[in-house]
Design a protein around this ligand. Structure first.
Ligand SMILES: CC(C)(COP(=O)(O)OP(=O)(O)OC[C@H]1O[C@@H](n2cnc3c(N)ncnc32)[C@H](O)[C@@H]1OP(=O)(O)O)[C@@H](O)C(=O)NCCC(=O)NCCS
Length: 182
């Protein structure tokens, strides 16, 4: 069962909706992701490296709808997409019970509780999913807000590669975190 459509009132008093992403969201989502990639120092991708065509973005969304161990959720405010989260379940037999999490949001919405709302929806869904047993993610150790959120949700540190990211000559460590949803 994949249907999610939930309202949350955030710390800023604004009411937002979290719902399943649909293929028709492709264009709006692409704009939002491209914008927040440029705004965040903790996403290892440059806006110019985000080169998905609309068709590729549609197929990306479709893959989350079709795969039983995967989901993609978007957060909306007044019909604008302000953030998203996905659980990308592995297609390989030996790792089908694992799902990698990706998430992001427009800078103006950070520290509003939106990440907590998105992650709560995703984790609750994963707990009901019959295939998934482990969720995992990777995060810059310097991303204090992100690390705090993931720890609050029960994720545990499960690995660290020092100096994994190199941006403008500066190095950052990459931490893997995981959560059992069995
Ligand atoms: C990382 C991200 C997903 C977190 O979502 P968010 O909406 O900002 O997080 P929330 O407001 O729900 O929760 C953050 C928590 O960290 C805490 N926090 C933030 N900054 C902190 C700091 N400097 N010290 C201690 N705690 C801090 C907040 O108080 C909050 O905890 P609380 O709910 O108990 O008060 C979001 O900021 C984001 O998408 N950033 C840009 C892209 C990115 O980093 N993506 C993640 C890649 S792994």
């Amino acid at each position: 069962m994949k249907n999610i459509n939930q309202q949350y009132i955030l710390k800023n008093g604004k009411e937002i909706t979290i719902r399943n992403g649909a293929v028709t969201d492709a264009e709006k989502l692409r704009k939002t992701v491209k914008k927040y990639i440029g705004e965040s120092e903790y996403i290892p991708q440059l806006p110019e490296e985000y080169t998905l065509t609309i068709e590729e973005q549609e197929n990306w969304i479709k893959s989350f709808i079709e795969k039983e161990n995967s989901i993609m959720l978007i957060a909306e405010y007044h019909n604008d997409i302000i953030g998203n989260i996905d659980i990308n379940g592995s297609v390989r037999k030996a790792m089908q019970h694992t799902g990698g999490i990706g998430m992001g949001m427009l800078q103006e919405w950070t520290n509003s509780g939106l990440g907590t709302a998105l992650m709560t929806c995703a984790v609750e869904w994963a707990k009901q999913n019959k295939i998934l047993e482990i969720l995992w993610l990777q995060v810059y150790t310097d991303n204090i807000g992100g690390v705090s959120l993931y720890k609050k949700m029960g994720f545990q540190e499960s690995g660290l590669i020092k100096n994994y990211f190199k941006q403008d000559g500066k190095y950052f460590d990459n931490m893997t975190m995981s959560l059992s949803v069995k």
